[in-house]
Design a protein around this ligand. Structure first.
Ligand code: UDP
Length: 319
């Protein structure tokens, strides 16, 4: 059976991917320095994985590896602002070390890039061929430019040393285990937490900016498709083309949670892309399509947070 190393495997996306691979009978090795991941995310598979609390920039592994999935990086704007050096180096030096490991093991290397590489895209939905433009020095740059350089490194090693690479440009993903709060929070999880705690829902700008959101099990399904059927040397968008305005998301969270929270408008952070939507035709050709729509996904995520916070009875109308 194939052995897969997941860098960042204790994080939000990584831990769901670990669960899915174990379920499918893969051997899974998790590498995570727990900077933003949580060991508890792996509690249901703990006895069935090999776990290393180590730095991606230094990690080595003595045994056979068939696939390496590099998901290691802090992935929220607040973290890029608080830990800019770490984010930039994880995607360059850390990525470099894991690429070299993949070459030594002759393993397939899936690099988690991001829709961020498209910047403020002018073609919506955005296909893989679109050449993005981002700020090299703005507050998002450690991540945006980190991911762009990460892609460059994958392509360089493919050309020069025969790396078997696949670049995944992952669009906004949400669901259980994404950490909320002011350090880690991404929009859906923040809105859900705010609604559950009866706090004002913080919409940045006028809320007319859009994102297309993919529920975590669908993103994991896409990564599985790429591990099993992706073409080496290719780039794949992972996401869908259903654009939602952020104000619509706020209202949806409010109505699904029966929350009485007000909506508070705050200034739009710098360089915040105004529209984002994935053209994932290439991935769909492999047979992938998203299964969970936004309403259903928010419901599932809400139930998870309500259980975690143990405040289900507080807010949800019964029956
Ligand atoms: N956003 C918001 N309120 C929040 C957090 C985020 O209005 O409390 C907006 C943010 O400005 C952006 C969108 O939601 O336009 C998605 O933000 P997120 O940080 O989840 O992802 P990214 O900006 O990286 O796509």
């Amino acid at each position: 059976m194939s052995r897969v190393l997941i860098a960042g495997g204790a994080g939000f996306l990584g831990s769901h991917l670990t669960d899915a691979l174990i379920e499918k009978g893969y051997e899974v090795v998790v590498l995570d320095n727990l900077s933003s991941g949580l060991r508890t995310n792996l509690s249901s598979v703990e006895s069935r994985i090999e776990f290393f609390n180590d730095d991606v920039a230094k990690f080595d592994y003595p045994k056979r590896l068939d696939v390496i999935v590099n998901l290691a990086s802090r992935a929220s704007r607040m973290e890029w602002e608080t830990f800019p050096v770490e984010v930039a180096l994880t995607n360059s030096i850390g990525n470099n070390n894991l690429i070299k490991l993949a070459i030594r093991k002759e393993a397939l290397y899936l690099y988690a890039s991001s829709s961020e590489v498209y910047g403020k895209a002018k073609v919506i939905p955005t296909p893989e061929e679109y050449i993005g433009k981002t700020s090299t020095v703005g507050s998002r740059s450690p991540y945006d430019e980190g991911k762009r350089f990460g892609e460059t490194l994958v392509k360089a090693y493919e050309r020069e040393l025969g790396l078997r690479g696949i670049i995944m440009r992952i669009f906004n993903t949400y669901g259980p285990r994404m950490r909320g709060g002011d350090t880690y929070g991404r929009v859906i999880d923040r809105f859900i937490m705010q609604a559950l705690e009866g706090k004002a829902i913080t919409v940045y700008g006028d809320g007319s900016q859009t994102r297309s959101f993919t529920y975590v099990s669908d993103t994991v399904g896409a990564i599985l498709s790429l591990i099993e059927n992706g073409s080496e040397g290719e780039i794949y968008n992972i996401g869908n083309d259903e654009e939602k305005k952020i104000i619509e998301v706020a209202n949806l969270v409010k109505s699904i949670s029966y929350s009485k929270s007000s909506i508070k408008y705050l200034p739009l952070p710098p360089d915040d892309p105004s529209r984002r939507s994935a053209d994932a035709s290439k991935l769909r050709k492999l047979g992938w399509s998203p299964k969970i729509d936004l309403e259903n996904g928010i419901r599932r995520t809400l139930n998870y947070y309500a259980e975690t916070l143990n405040i289900a009875d507080h807010f949800m109308r019964k029956g």
